[in-house]
Design a protein around this ligand. Structure first.
Ligand SMILES: NC(=O)c1ccc[n+]([C@@H]2O[C@H](COP(=O)([O-])OP(=O)(O)OC[C@H]3O[C@@H](n4cnc5c(N)ncnc54)[C@H](O)[C@@H]3O)[C@@H](O)[C@H]2O)c1
Length: 367
């Protein structure tokens, strides 16, 4: 039998516990070897819960001392690029939480290191791995929708600021507010369903209407008195893609709406989709009438688990879903949306980067 993959988790906060350690601890092919958090108490808490033998406060020491095959990166966003590069350099496969980095430039640095190392890197875009998303992707492959010419996507909360004054609300630590936090998930899902055409322009606006409103904090999150809040709480925008398709988006941590809503809607020449809060409705014409179809949810097959998918990719040398190249396209859109919001005008994505043998940057033609 093949040796188990030696796994460690960097960052021992909410997502490390709820997803990474919870899922990797169920996989026979994986042995959880170490955990690292600069907060030793946080690391010890999860070490005890998951029976992890080695505890670190310095991930570089952990990478040097443990012969790891795989790490999860579950730290605040501003550390993702640096830790990804160090882990890849140490010859370790990386499962990095979203967003992969603070901006597209940092993603390029990661791509260069990944290509040099020959290791695998998957971005934790878990919304691709739900049973419903996998079923929608199956319908796309079966051409239910025809040509998809427009999508709407969003994730809006009435009361969901993840604590004021923590890293989430400080732009230099998080990269931004709900656009980068929630937007990476549902922009990714819309682009994934549309087969990731490149974006050519973005027109966006951001708002900070509830920034300091203590009533609009997400349940379970704490604020820090007098902490920084310099990110948006709402972002809306419109993206034009190279195939003339378009996406309109709407992300918010706090707004005056009835309830939380996560959605992707697709308009195709043969069919349409509404995928709202996990519920699928399909629209099409049959004979002379327009139909609404809803699946019997009990018959939707179980999708691949995100962590198991990554382990299988490492073992069988396959490229994972949610690649760094797609993360780069996504980050270019997010960078351009922030740029558009601050300039109050449409921003064209003026150049596209292509990747040479070792990921060296080649400036390709301008749009
Ligand atoms: N995929 C999802 O749906 C999802 C959900 C929540 C969070 N996330 C992402 O996961 C990441 C972590 O979010 P969270 O909610 O778990 O945050 P968190 O604040 O609960 O946890 C972050 C942990 O990282 C630790 N840390 C900070 N600097 C460190 C360092 N230098 N070395 C080691 N540990 C360090 C902190 O002490 C903390 O325990 C973020 O990138 C976030 O965007 C993703």
């Amino acid at each position: 039998m093949q040796n188990k993959l030696k796994y460690a988790c960097i960052g021992a906060g909410g997502i490390a516990d709820k997803k990474h350690l919870n899922e990797y601890s169920k996989l026979n092919a994986v042995e959880i070897t170490a955990i690292c958090d600069c907060d030793i108490e946080a690391a010890k808490r999860l070490a005890e819960k998951y029976k992890i033998p080695h505890v670190y406060t310095d991930y570089k020491a952990m990478l040097a001392e443990q012969r790891l095959d795989l790490v999860s990166i579950c730290t605040p966003n501003f550390l993702h690029a640096e830790i990804c590069i160090d882990a890849l350099e140490a010859g370790v496969n990386v499962h990095c939480e979203k967003p992969l980095a603070l901006n597209a430039e940092e993603v390029l640095n990661i791509i260069e290191e990944k290509n040099k190392s020959g290791k695998k890197l998957m971005v934790a875009l878990n919304n691709r791995f739900t049973n419903e998303a996998a079923h929608i992707y199956e319908l796309i492959e079966k051409d239910f929708f025809g040509e998809i010419y427009h999508a709407k996507c969003g994730w809006k909360r009435n009361s969901g600021i993840p604590g004021i004054g923590r890293w989430f609300t400080d732009k230099k630590l998080s990269g931004g507010g709900p656009l980068i936090d929630l937007g990476v998930h549902f922009l990714d899902l819309a682009l994934y369903f549309m087969q990731f055409p490149r974006a050519v322009s973005v027109y966006a606006a951001t708002y900070s209407a509830f920034g300091r409103d203590a009533d609009r904090i997400r349940v379970g999150y704490k604020s820090i008195k007098d902490g920084v809040f310099n990110v948006e709480d709402t972002a809306v925008g419109f993206i034009r893609l190279e195939n003339d398709a378009t996406i309109d988006f709407d992300f918010s941590w706090a707004s005056n709406i009835e309830k939380e809503q996560k959605y992707v809607e697709l308009l195709g020449t043969k069919g349409g989709l509404s995928f709202v809060n996990g519920e699928i409705k399909l629209y099409s014409q049959i004979g002379n009438a327009c139909y609404t179809l809803t699946p019997d949810t009990k018959t939707i097959p179980l999708a691949q688990n995100e962590c198991r998918h990554f382990v299988e990719c490492i073992i069988s040398n396959k490229e994972p879903s949610a690649s760094v190249e797609q993360a780069y396209e996504l980050m270019k859109i997010i960078d351009s949306a922030y740029d558009s919001a601050s300039k109050k005008k449409e921003v064209r994505l003026t150049s596209k980067m292509q990747f040479g043998k070792y990921g060296q940057r080649i400036l390709a033609q301008s749009y």
